[in-house]
Design a protein around this ligand. Structure first.
Ligand code: COA
Length: 333
Protein backbone atom coordinates (compact mmCIF):
# COMPACT_ATOMS: atom_id res chain seq x y z
CA UNK A 1 0.00 0.00 0.00
CA UNK A 2 2.26 2.78 -1.21
CA UNK A 3 1.55 6.31 -2.31
CA UNK A 4 -0.20 6.48 -5.64
CA UNK A 5 1.94 6.95 -8.72
CA UNK A 6 -0.71 6.59 -11.40
CA UNK A 7 -1.63 9.49 -13.66
CA UNK A 8 -5.32 8.59 -13.51
CA UNK A 9 -6.66 9.91 -10.21
CA UNK A 10 -9.93 9.54 -8.29
CA UNK A 11 -11.00 13.11 -7.59
CA UNK A 12 -13.79 13.98 -5.15
CA UNK A 13 -16.11 16.27 -7.09
CA UNK A 14 -18.86 16.78 -4.55
CA UNK A 15 -20.19 15.86 -1.12
CA UNK A 16 -23.69 15.40 0.31
CA UNK A 17 -24.97 14.64 3.80
CA UNK A 18 -28.11 13.54 5.61
CA UNK A 19 -28.66 13.16 9.33
CA UNK A 20 -31.77 12.06 11.25
CA UNK A 21 -34.22 14.92 11.94
CA UNK A 22 -34.68 14.49 15.66
CA UNK A 23 -32.17 16.27 17.87
CA UNK A 24 -31.61 14.59 21.24
CA UNK A 25 -29.76 16.86 23.70
CA UNK A 26 -27.74 15.44 26.60
CA UNK A 27 -30.38 16.66 29.05
CA UNK A 28 -32.81 13.99 27.78
CA UNK A 29 -30.51 11.27 29.09
CA UNK A 30 -30.84 12.62 32.62
CA UNK A 31 -34.37 11.15 32.70
CA UNK A 32 -33.29 7.77 31.30
CA UNK A 33 -29.99 6.88 33.05
CA UNK A 34 -27.89 8.22 35.91
CA UNK A 35 -25.84 10.82 34.09
CA UNK A 36 -25.59 14.55 33.51
CA UNK A 37 -25.10 16.94 30.61
CA UNK A 38 -21.89 18.04 32.31
CA UNK A 39 -20.47 14.47 32.54
CA UNK A 40 -21.24 13.75 28.90
CA UNK A 41 -19.77 17.05 27.67
CA UNK A 42 -16.57 16.83 29.68
CA UNK A 43 -15.88 13.13 28.97
CA UNK A 44 -16.89 13.08 25.29
CA UNK A 45 -17.38 16.62 23.95
CA UNK A 46 -20.89 15.65 22.80
CA UNK A 47 -23.81 18.06 23.42
CA UNK A 48 -26.47 16.48 21.23
CA UNK A 49 -26.98 13.78 18.62
CA UNK A 50 -29.54 12.83 15.96
CA UNK A 51 -31.83 9.86 16.54
CA UNK A 52 -33.52 8.27 13.54
CA UNK A 53 -37.22 7.47 13.28
CA UNK A 54 -38.52 4.16 11.88
CA UNK A 55 -38.76 5.80 8.46
CA UNK A 56 -35.20 7.14 8.58
CA UNK A 57 -33.54 3.86 7.70
CA UNK A 58 -29.91 3.40 6.81
CA UNK A 59 -30.78 3.25 3.09
CA UNK A 60 -33.03 6.33 3.35
CA UNK A 61 -30.27 8.50 4.85
CA UNK A 62 -27.70 7.07 2.42
CA UNK A 63 -29.91 7.78 -0.61
CA UNK A 64 -30.61 11.32 0.58
CA UNK A 65 -26.91 12.10 0.99
CA UNK A 66 -26.09 10.41 -2.34
CA UNK A 67 -28.74 12.32 -4.30
CA UNK A 68 -27.41 15.59 -2.90
CA UNK A 69 -23.84 14.70 -3.89
CA UNK A 70 -24.98 13.83 -7.43
CA UNK A 71 -26.93 17.06 -7.72
CA UNK A 72 -23.93 19.09 -6.61
CA UNK A 73 -21.76 17.34 -9.21
CA UNK A 74 -24.48 17.84 -11.88
CA UNK A 75 -24.34 14.10 -12.53
CA UNK A 76 -27.33 12.19 -13.89
CA UNK A 77 -28.01 9.11 -11.69
CA UNK A 78 -27.98 6.98 -14.86
CA UNK A 79 -24.31 7.86 -15.36
CA UNK A 80 -23.16 6.51 -11.97
CA UNK A 81 -21.06 3.36 -12.43
CA UNK A 82 -20.65 2.11 -8.84
CA UNK A 83 -22.42 2.63 -5.53
CA UNK A 84 -20.33 1.70 -2.48
CA UNK A 85 -21.92 1.91 0.95
CA UNK A 86 -19.81 1.68 4.09
CA UNK A 87 -22.07 0.63 6.96
CA UNK A 88 -22.44 -1.86 9.80
CA UNK A 89 -26.12 -1.01 10.36
CA UNK A 90 -27.57 -1.82 6.93
CA UNK A 91 -31.30 -2.30 6.47
CA UNK A 92 -30.84 -6.08 6.14
CA UNK A 93 -28.15 -8.74 6.57
CA UNK A 94 -28.82 -9.12 2.86
CA UNK A 95 -29.51 -7.60 0.36
CA UNK A 96 -26.81 -4.98 0.62
CA UNK A 97 -27.81 -1.43 1.49
CA UNK A 98 -25.86 -0.33 -1.59
CA UNK A 99 -28.31 -2.18 -3.86
CA UNK A 100 -31.27 -0.54 -2.13
CA UNK A 101 -29.64 2.89 -2.53
CA UNK A 102 -28.76 2.22 -6.18
CA UNK A 103 -32.48 1.63 -6.84
CA UNK A 104 -33.70 4.54 -4.67
CA UNK A 105 -31.53 7.12 -6.44
CA UNK A 106 -32.21 5.72 -9.94
CA UNK A 107 -28.60 4.68 -10.64
CA UNK A 108 -29.85 2.14 -13.19
CA UNK A 109 -26.43 1.44 -14.73
CA UNK A 110 -24.41 1.07 -11.54
CA UNK A 111 -22.97 -1.89 -9.68
CA UNK A 112 -23.43 -1.84 -5.91
CA UNK A 113 -21.88 -3.38 -2.80
CA UNK A 114 -21.38 -2.73 0.91
CA UNK A 115 -18.11 -2.41 2.82
CA UNK A 116 -18.05 -3.41 6.50
CA UNK A 117 -15.25 -1.71 8.41
CA UNK A 118 -17.29 -0.03 11.17
CA UNK A 119 -16.07 3.48 11.97
CA UNK A 120 -13.20 3.10 9.48
CA UNK A 121 -15.71 2.19 6.76
CA UNK A 122 -15.43 5.45 4.87
CA UNK A 123 -11.62 5.20 4.80
CA UNK A 124 -11.75 1.67 3.39
CA UNK A 125 -14.58 2.27 0.91
CA UNK A 126 -13.08 5.48 -0.47
CA UNK A 127 -9.85 3.61 -1.08
CA UNK A 128 -11.62 0.67 -2.75
CA UNK A 129 -13.57 2.96 -5.08
CA UNK A 130 -10.48 5.05 -5.87
CA UNK A 131 -8.51 1.92 -6.79
CA UNK A 132 -11.26 0.81 -9.17
CA UNK A 133 -11.23 4.25 -10.77
CA UNK A 134 -7.43 4.44 -11.02
CA UNK A 135 -7.20 0.98 -12.57
CA UNK A 136 -9.73 1.94 -15.25
CA UNK A 137 -12.37 -0.58 -14.12
CA UNK A 138 -14.82 2.28 -13.64
CA UNK A 139 -14.85 6.02 -14.34
CA UNK A 140 -16.85 7.21 -11.35
CA UNK A 141 -18.36 6.08 -8.06
CA UNK A 142 -20.61 7.21 -5.27
CA UNK A 143 -19.03 6.41 -1.91
CA UNK A 144 -21.40 6.64 1.03
CA UNK A 145 -20.59 6.26 4.72
CA UNK A 146 -23.71 5.87 6.84
CA UNK A 147 -24.80 4.33 10.14
CA UNK A 148 -27.84 4.29 12.41
CA UNK A 149 -26.28 2.96 15.60
CA UNK A 150 -28.98 4.30 17.91
CA UNK A 151 -31.14 1.44 16.64
CA UNK A 152 -28.70 -0.96 18.34
CA UNK A 153 -28.10 0.93 21.54
CA UNK A 154 -29.05 -0.36 24.99
CA UNK A 155 -30.82 2.74 26.32
CA UNK A 156 -30.21 1.61 29.90
CA UNK A 157 -26.40 1.39 29.48
CA UNK A 158 -25.12 4.87 30.32
CA UNK A 159 -21.59 4.12 29.15
CA UNK A 160 -22.69 3.54 25.54
CA UNK A 161 -26.13 5.07 24.91
CA UNK A 162 -24.83 8.64 25.17
CA UNK A 163 -22.18 8.17 22.50
CA UNK A 164 -23.95 7.45 19.23
CA UNK A 165 -26.00 9.28 16.60
CA UNK A 166 -27.47 8.59 13.16
CA UNK A 167 -26.47 9.95 9.77
CA UNK A 168 -24.17 9.76 6.83
CA UNK A 169 -22.50 11.45 3.94
CA UNK A 170 -21.68 10.71 0.32
CA UNK A 171 -18.91 11.72 -2.05
CA UNK A 172 -19.00 11.53 -5.82
CA UNK A 173 -15.61 10.50 -7.23
CA UNK A 174 -14.61 10.77 -10.86
CA UNK A 175 -11.51 9.85 -12.86
CA UNK A 176 -9.27 12.72 -13.90
CA UNK A 177 -5.96 12.70 -15.75
CA UNK A 178 -3.04 15.06 -15.18
CA UNK A 179 -4.17 16.43 -11.85
CA UNK A 180 -2.60 16.58 -8.42
CA UNK A 181 -6.08 16.26 -6.86
CA UNK A 182 -7.59 12.99 -5.61
CA UNK A 183 -6.66 10.26 -3.14
CA UNK A 184 -2.90 10.42 -2.60
CA UNK A 185 -2.08 7.70 -0.08
CA UNK A 186 -3.86 5.21 2.16
CA UNK A 187 -3.10 2.94 5.10
CA UNK A 188 -5.46 0.26 6.39
CA UNK A 189 -4.98 -1.97 9.42
CA UNK A 190 -6.83 -4.53 11.48
CA UNK A 191 -6.36 -6.37 14.78
CA UNK A 192 -9.10 -8.95 15.12
CA UNK A 193 -7.77 -10.04 18.52
CA UNK A 194 -9.54 -6.92 19.81
CA UNK A 195 -12.91 -7.95 18.34
CA UNK A 196 -14.24 -8.58 21.86
CA UNK A 197 -13.90 -4.93 22.90
CA UNK A 198 -16.72 -3.56 20.75
CA UNK A 199 -19.39 -5.75 19.21
CA UNK A 200 -23.01 -6.80 18.88
CA UNK A 201 -23.36 -10.46 19.81
CA UNK A 202 -26.73 -11.39 18.35
CA UNK A 203 -27.93 -11.04 14.76
CA UNK A 204 -25.05 -12.53 12.80
CA UNK A 205 -24.67 -16.20 11.86
CA UNK A 206 -22.79 -17.11 15.06
CA UNK A 207 -25.75 -16.23 17.29
CA UNK A 208 -28.62 -15.77 14.84
CA UNK A 209 -31.54 -13.89 16.37
CA UNK A 210 -34.08 -16.26 17.89
CA UNK A 211 -31.65 -19.19 17.83
CA UNK A 212 -30.78 -21.42 20.81
CA UNK A 213 -27.27 -20.01 20.92
CA UNK A 214 -28.53 -16.42 21.11
CA UNK A 215 -30.30 -17.04 24.43
CA UNK A 216 -28.90 -14.86 27.19
CA UNK A 217 -26.86 -12.85 24.70
CA UNK A 218 -27.43 -9.23 23.74
CA UNK A 219 -28.53 -7.71 20.47
CA UNK A 220 -27.22 -4.31 21.62
CA UNK A 221 -23.85 -2.61 21.39
CA UNK A 222 -21.30 -3.85 23.91
CA UNK A 223 -18.16 -1.78 24.44
CA UNK A 224 -15.15 -1.71 26.75
CA UNK A 225 -14.84 2.07 26.72
CA UNK A 226 -11.39 2.34 28.29
CA UNK A 227 -9.84 -0.31 26.01
CA UNK A 228 -11.31 1.33 22.92
CA UNK A 229 -10.16 4.76 24.08
CA UNK A 230 -6.54 3.64 24.47
CA UNK A 231 -6.61 1.84 21.13
CA UNK A 232 -8.17 4.83 19.37
CA UNK A 233 -5.56 7.39 20.38
CA UNK A 234 -2.71 5.05 19.42
CA UNK A 235 -4.29 3.89 16.14
CA UNK A 236 -5.12 7.42 14.99
CA UNK A 237 -1.63 8.67 15.70
CA UNK A 238 0.05 5.71 14.02
CA UNK A 239 -2.00 5.62 10.85
CA UNK A 240 -1.80 9.38 10.32
CA UNK A 241 1.96 9.39 10.73
CA UNK A 242 2.41 6.43 8.41
CA UNK A 243 0.12 7.79 5.66
CA UNK A 244 2.03 11.09 5.76
CA UNK A 245 5.32 9.21 5.57
CA UNK A 246 4.09 7.18 2.59
CA UNK A 247 3.14 10.33 0.75
CA UNK A 248 6.39 12.05 1.74
CA UNK A 249 4.46 14.88 3.35
CA UNK A 250 5.00 16.52 6.75
CA UNK A 251 2.21 17.30 9.22
CA UNK A 252 2.85 21.02 8.58
CA UNK A 253 1.70 20.63 4.99
CA UNK A 254 -1.73 19.30 6.01
CA UNK A 255 -4.39 21.98 5.57
CA UNK A 256 -7.17 20.20 7.44
CA UNK A 257 -7.43 17.14 9.68
CA UNK A 258 -10.82 15.45 9.49
CA UNK A 259 -10.79 12.57 12.00
CA UNK A 260 -13.56 10.14 12.87
CA UNK A 261 -15.78 11.95 15.37
CA UNK A 262 -16.15 9.61 18.35
CA UNK A 263 -14.91 11.64 21.29
CA UNK A 264 -13.36 15.11 21.55
CA UNK A 265 -10.71 13.94 24.02
CA UNK A 266 -9.58 11.21 21.60
CA UNK A 267 -9.38 13.77 18.76
CA UNK A 268 -7.38 16.21 20.90
CA UNK A 269 -4.94 13.56 22.15
CA UNK A 270 -4.37 12.18 18.64
CA UNK A 271 -3.94 15.65 17.08
CA UNK A 272 -1.25 16.41 19.63
CA UNK A 273 0.59 13.17 18.85
CA UNK A 274 0.54 13.94 15.12
CA UNK A 275 1.56 17.56 15.71
CA UNK A 276 -1.54 19.28 14.32
CA UNK A 277 -2.67 22.55 15.93
CA UNK A 278 -6.36 22.90 16.94
CA UNK A 279 -7.10 25.38 14.12
CA UNK A 280 -6.34 22.63 11.57
CA UNK A 281 -8.60 20.07 13.25
CA UNK A 282 -12.24 19.81 12.16
CA UNK A 283 -14.65 18.92 14.98
CA UNK A 284 -18.43 18.50 14.86
CA UNK A 285 -18.82 15.68 17.41
CA UNK A 286 -20.64 18.13 19.71
CA UNK A 287 -23.63 18.17 17.32
CA UNK A 288 -23.81 14.54 16.22
CA UNK A 289 -21.99 12.15 18.55
CA UNK A 290 -20.42 9.11 16.91
CA UNK A 291 -22.10 8.31 13.57
CA UNK A 292 -19.63 5.51 12.79
CA UNK A 293 -19.01 5.33 9.01
CA UNK A 294 -21.12 8.47 8.63
CA UNK A 295 -18.84 10.70 10.71
CA UNK A 296 -16.05 11.47 8.25
CA UNK A 297 -18.15 12.25 5.14
CA UNK A 298 -20.52 14.45 7.18
CA UNK A 299 -17.48 16.26 8.60
CA UNK A 300 -16.06 16.68 5.07
CA UNK A 301 -19.37 18.19 3.94
CA UNK A 302 -19.50 20.64 6.83
CA UNK A 303 -15.80 21.49 6.52
CA UNK A 304 -16.36 22.40 2.87
CA UNK A 305 -19.49 24.40 3.65
CA UNK A 306 -17.69 26.35 6.36
CA UNK A 307 -14.88 27.27 3.96
CA UNK A 308 -12.24 25.32 5.89
CA UNK A 309 -11.86 22.76 3.11
CA UNK A 310 -10.96 24.31 -0.22
CA UNK A 311 -10.25 22.87 -3.65
CA UNK A 312 -6.57 21.92 -3.81
CA UNK A 313 -6.23 21.73 -0.01
CA UNK A 314 -4.52 18.73 1.61
CA UNK A 315 -6.91 16.87 3.89
CA UNK A 316 -5.98 14.05 6.23
CA UNK A 317 -8.83 11.69 7.18
CA UNK A 318 -8.58 8.90 9.75
CA UNK A 319 -11.00 6.34 11.16
CA UNK A 320 -10.97 3.58 13.78
CA UNK A 321 -13.53 1.24 15.22
CA UNK A 322 -14.93 -2.23 15.80
CA UNK A 323 -12.79 -4.99 14.37
CA UNK A 324 -10.60 -3.63 15.64
CA UNK A 325 -9.90 -1.74 12.44
CA UNK A 326 -8.30 1.55 11.52
CA UNK A 327 -6.92 3.50 8.58
CA UNK A 328 -6.19 6.87 7.02
CA UNK A 329 -6.56 8.56 3.63
CA UNK A 330 -4.59 11.58 2.50
CA UNK A 331 -6.61 13.50 -0.08
CA UNK A 332 -5.83 16.48 -2.29
CA UNK A 333 -9.33 18.07 -2.28
C1 COA B 1 -17.01 5.72 27.10
C2 COA B 1 -16.10 6.80 27.66
C3 COA B 1 -16.64 8.16 27.33
C4 COA B 1 -16.05 6.66 29.17
O1 COA B 1 -15.22 7.66 29.71
P1 COA B 1 -14.08 7.29 30.76
O2 COA B 1 -13.47 8.54 31.20
O3 COA B 1 -13.21 6.26 30.10
O4 COA B 1 -14.92 6.68 31.90
P2 COA B 1 -14.73 5.26 32.58
O5 COA B 1 -15.14 4.18 31.64
O6 COA B 1 -13.35 5.23 33.13
O7 COA B 1 -15.79 5.36 33.69
C5 COA B 1 -15.65 6.28 34.76
C6 COA B 1 -16.90 6.22 35.60
O8 COA B 1 -17.95 6.92 34.93
C7 COA B 1 -19.11 6.12 34.88
N1 COA B 1 -19.90 6.45 33.71
C8 COA B 1 -19.90 5.83 32.51
N2 COA B 1 -20.77 6.43 31.71
C9 COA B 1 -21.34 7.43 32.39
C10 COA B 1 -22.31 8.40 32.11
N3 COA B 1 -22.90 8.47 30.89
N4 COA B 1 -22.64 9.30 33.06
C11 COA B 1 -22.07 9.26 34.26
N5 COA B 1 -21.14 8.35 34.60
C12 COA B 1 -20.78 7.44 33.68
C13 COA B 1 -18.61 4.71 34.90
O9 COA B 1 -19.60 3.85 35.34
C14 COA B 1 -17.43 4.81 35.82
O10 COA B 1 -17.89 4.74 37.12
P3 COA B 1 -17.11 3.83 38.22
O11 COA B 1 -15.75 4.45 38.31
O12 COA B 1 -17.95 3.98 39.40
O13 COA B 1 -17.08 2.46 37.63
C15 COA B 1 -14.66 6.65 27.13
O14 COA B 1 -14.07 5.50 27.64
C16 COA B 1 -14.60 6.58 25.63
O15 COA B 1 -14.93 7.53 24.95
N6 COA B 1 -14.13 5.47 25.06
C17 COA B 1 -14.02 5.30 23.64
C18 COA B 1 -15.37 5.07 23.09
C19 COA B 1 -15.41 5.17 21.60
O16 COA B 1 -14.93 6.11 21.04
N7 COA B 1 -16.03 4.17 20.98
C20 COA B 1 -16.28 4.16 19.61
C21 COA B 1 -15.10 3.78 18.83
S1 COA B 1 -15.47 3.89 17.15
Amino acid sequence: MGARAMSRKAVIESVGMAVAERVMPNSEFEAIVETSDEWIRTRTGISERRVSSDEETCSYLAAKAASQALERASCDPNDVQMVVVATVTGDYIFPSTASLVQDMIGATNAGAFDVGAACAGFIYSAQVAASMIESGTIDNALVIGVDVLTKFVDWSDRSTCILFGDGGGAVFMRAQENTNRGLIATVMNSDGSGAKHIKIDVGGSLHASGSESSKGKSCHIFMEGREVYRFAVKAMGESCCSVLEKAGVSADEVDLFVPHQANLRIIEAASQRIGLPPEKVFVNVQKYGNMSAGSIPVALYEAEQSGKLKKGGLVLTVGFGAGLVWGANLIRW
